[in-house]
Every structure is written in C-alpha cells, then in structure tokens.
Design a binder for this molecule. Structure first.
Ligand SMILES: [Zn+2]
Length: 332
C-alpha cells in the first residue's frame, strides 16, 4: 500500500488545476469504507448549490475527471455522499481523533493548529498549494477527495480545519455541500472568520462536522454543522486570560448535543479541554497525538496568522518534524 504524500504547487485556471492534480493522482474510487454513492440527480443538485457558492470548484472537478478519464457525473456522485456511516465490515471509529485549536498568545500573535487523525488505510495525504485565477491563493492538506481540503491557510491569514462528528443522520438529506469542499470554499472566497462563518451558516450541509476558523485579527470561531441545524460558538478565556478556542469530534454547543444521541465523547471532550488549557498537539496525556487505529495522526499543521508562517508535519508531531511552507501568495 503506497502512500501518496505528493506536494503540488500550481497556478492557473481551475480546470487546469484539476487536470494537473488528476493526472498525477491514482484514479479516484470511492474508498471501500464509504457507503454506496447517491444517484446522479442528487449529485447534480449538490453541484448546483456548489455553483452558487463558488462555481470554479466545479471546473476543477471537470479537469480532474478528464485527466482521469472518469465521467464527470461519476466523480460528482463519488464526492457528494449523503451518509458518513461506515460500511458494516469497516473498522469502528467511535470518537474520531482530530483536534484543532486557535489562540491569541502572550505576544498578541494569533496561532492555530490541527492534527488530522484517521486509519493509516487513508493513502492520499497531499499538500496542495494553489494560486487560482479566480479566488485567493492557499495552502493546505487534502485526503482522498478531489478538490477537498481538510485544513489550510490563505494569503489573508484565514485558517480553517474540519472534524467529523458522529451523530444521528436525518432519514432524508436535502442537497448541500459535501464537508471537504467547505474549507476550500472558505480559503478561496473569504478574507476573515466572519465571512467564512457567514457561508458555513447559510449553505446547506450534507454531513455533520465541526469547522474551526481563525483570522489574523484574532477572530476565532467554531461552526458546528449538521444537515438539520448549525450553530456557532466563540472563544473562551484561556489560563492566561487570552482568547482560545478548540474543536474535536463532538458537538459542544448545547443546541447541537442532542444530535449525538448519547454517543460516547469523553475522549473527544478531553482533547478539546487539553487544547483550551494550552496543551501542544504532540501531547499524549490527553491523547492529542494519536498512534493507534482510527486515532493515528496522519499529519499536523501549525500556523502563526500574525507572522504569516505555516508548517506541516507528515505524521504524529511527537516524531515528525514541522517543515515550514512558504506563505500562500508569495513566490516559493
Ligand atoms: Zn505522538
């Protein structure tokens, strides 16, 4: 099982960006642990919602599909999945493992970071740096899904990361935006946390997820999203009295908690509390840095949004070094 840890550094129109990525990546197939894809009409209805928000993303998907000689409709169906339920024979994933924080430090610098955790079976872990003709330049990480982003920063100093939340799913889900395109949408179309919160609270969501947002002004937020309901929570005072916010794999907003329907979240809550108290992403006492099963840290990112620096570690941050990456929009 070969890992795909390529780094892309691309500029141009979205179709060309998609073609270049598709040409250098193994043919997209629905991962075996995903449920069956939705029908084409549902996927096309999702594409219509995406087009209203940021149509160039669909051009990128067309380019990706063409490079891989995949029918565009098949690619759309593959990424617009309605359910996150793992197939019956897939390994269990009771609480997830991803952890994010953002804080204003003692010097007034705005810092943010994210550990992305999943089973090592996820092969695609690409760092993608884009300077599109339409939209803001950004750098971040993607997994299996074309055009998706699991975290990243843009040229304006906006940081975003995502976290799956295991919760009840409605019997019927209306068309919306799949989880992995929302950070991408924020990075390419927003300069501030407020602008991103506006998108994330207005667009229909296909999947239950938490999105952590921070910008260079120190505006920190977590959007807790579910197909039925979306809420926003703000920072609290950390041990030093300065603003801090953290997110993991559970809903913390009181309006959102019932959607988890009693699912266990003690470990996820412990990770959130540890980050709010100032623990580093390499911490093992609260389980922020993961080394087993679905709680294996596949990569880690940290950023200083004030100094405009960002660094990525290709694995658990207690072992893998953070390597600085040029700030998006600047020549590498
Ligand atoms: Zn570790």
């Amino acid at each position: 099982m070969d890992l795909d840890t390529q780094a892309f550094d691309l500029a141009g129109g979205h179709y060309a960006l998609g073609f270049a990525q598709g040409a250098r990546t193994a043919r997209f197939e629905t991962p075996p642990w995903w449920p069956a894809p939705p029908d084409l009409a549902f996927a096309q209805a999702c594409a219509a919602v995406i087009a209203e928000a940021h149509a160039p993303l669909l051009d990128e998907l067309r380019g990706y599909a063409d490079a891989q000689q995949l029918p565009y409709g098949d690619l759309l169906r593959g990424i617009c999945r309605r359910s996150l339920k793992l197939r019956a024979r897939a390994p269990s994933y009771p609480e997830g493992g991803c952890s994010s924080y953002a804080r204003v430090d003692a010097a007034g610098q705005v810092r943010a970071g994210h550990n992305y955790d999943f089973y090592p079976i996820q092969r695609v872990r690409q760092r993608v740096r884009l300077a599109p003709e339409i939209g803001r330049p950004s750098v971040g990480m993607r997994g299996s899904v074309p055009a998706g982003r699991y975290d990243g920063v843009n040229d304006q100093g906006l940081f975003v990361s995502l976290h799956v939340v295991l919760s009840d799913e409605p019997a019927a889900i209306r068309p919306g935006v799949p989880f992995h395109l929302l950070p991408r949408l924020a990075l390419e179309t927003c300069a501030t946390t407020r602008q991103a919160v506006d998108w994330l609270t207005r667009l229909p969501h296909l999947n239950p997820f938490n999105y952590l947002l921070a910008d260079a002004s120190g505006d920190l937020a977590v959007v807790e999203a579910h197909p039925e309901r979306v809420r926003v929570r703000g920072p609290q005072a950390g041990p030093d009295g300065r603003p801090v916010i953290a997110a993991a794999n559970h809903f913390a907003h009181p309006d959102m908690r019932p959607l988890q329907a009693g699912r266990q979240s003690a470990a996820s809550q412990a990770r959130q509390r540890a980050l709010e108290a100032g623990a580093p992403l390499s911490d093992h006492a609260a389980g922020l840095c993961g080394h087993a099963g679905g709680h294996t840290t596949l990569w880690s990112v940290t950023a200083d949004l004030t100094a405009r620096t960002v660094a990525f570690a290709a694995g658990a941050p207690c072992q893998a070094p953070y390597r600085p990456e040029p700030w998006p929009g600047l020549a590498p």
